[in-house]
Design a protein around this ligand. Structure first.
Ligand SMILES: C[S@@+](CC[C@H](N)C(=O)[O-])C[C@H]1O[C@@H](n2cnc3c(N)ncnc32)[C@H](O)[C@@H]1O
Length: 248
């Protein structure tokens, strides 16, 4: 088992990284709101880490549950953000989620499957994710077609094991999903992540805090950013977003 699947590794890693993660923009939350808007009302984040996206979605009015198997980090987050309306924290191992079947409209994770090199683990995790999902599954993983990113991570992993991850090819990911007998209505593969040379992501948090940004302008901006992501070449794209609509 890789140490990135080990709870103790994450307890220590989050002591070092959590504040920085919490300062960055909740871009998965933005993506979800743009993509699914009022098609969902409840969400579960698996392997939530900092839970920045669940915090954002709760503030946007979605009933959000943030879960992770690292109980110390969950306790810290509960203490800090547990008062927010619409936000629940839950200690949960993604292989055995403590929720009933069909509990949430959307169940998602960002940067989680990348720690599982063995396809059987990915299958088991997906089956469990499907069990607790009513409508949509969203998976975000790092893109192997971006060779610059692959080599950057390889270099960084010599210093910090956090970067020692599995990259996926968009077609490989789609095939993996169709190999499982999930109750699928539709699968959509999208591009996600930093908008290369324009560095749009790094300006977002500043833009959204400007006084003239009301919800109308915010919606236009979010749609624009979503469209910009899709215009990137796969070779420049940071992550693959895979949305599965279930037929339940
Ligand atoms: C890179 S982090 C996710 C970051 C998160 N998306 C964010 O925005 O902060 C990966 C997370 O996976 C969690 N994790 C690893 N194995 C797990 C498992 N079996 N069940 C639940 N969580 C797990 C770790 O505790 C860690 O918080």
């Amino acid at each position: 088992m890789s140490q990135l699947q080990n709870k103790n590794f994450w307890e220590e890693a989050w002591l070092k990284h959590i504040e920085n993660y919490l300062k960055t923009i909740p871009r998965t939350g933005f993506f979800i709101k743009t993509l699914l808007r009022n098609k969902i009302s409840s969400t579960l984040e698996i392997a939530c880490g900092s839970s920045r996206d669940s915090i954002y979605l709760a503030n946007e009015g979605y009933k959000s549950t943030a879960s992770d198997f690292d109980d110390k980090t969950i306790a810290y987050l509960q203490h800090r953000f547990g008062h927010l309306e619409n936000l629940n924290y839950q200690i949960a191992d993604a292989f055995n989620l403590p929720f009933d079947d069909n509990s949430f409209d959307l169940v998602y994770h960002n940067g989680f499957f990348i720690y599982f090199h063995n396809n059987q683990d990915v299958f088991d995790l997906l089956k469990e994710q499907e069990r607790v999902t009513r409508k949509y599954i969203l998976i975000l993983v790092h893109n192997r077609l971006n060779s610059k990113l692959v080599s950057e991570f390889k270099k960084l992993s010599n210093e910090d094991k956090l970067y020692d991850i599995r990259f996926f090819d968009p077609i490989e990911l789609e095939e993996l999903i169709f190999n499982l007998s999930l109750k699928i209505k539709k699968v959509i593969i999208l591009k996600f992540g930093s908008f290369g040379r324009f560095g749009v992501d790094s300006y977002l948090s500043k833009i959204f805090k400007l006084p003239f940004i009301n919800s109308f302008i915010e919606t236009i901006l979010l749609n624009l950013i979503f469209k910009l992501y899709q215009t990137q070449m796969w070779e420049d794209t940071e992550r693959i977003a895979c949305l599965i609509e279930l037929d339940k």
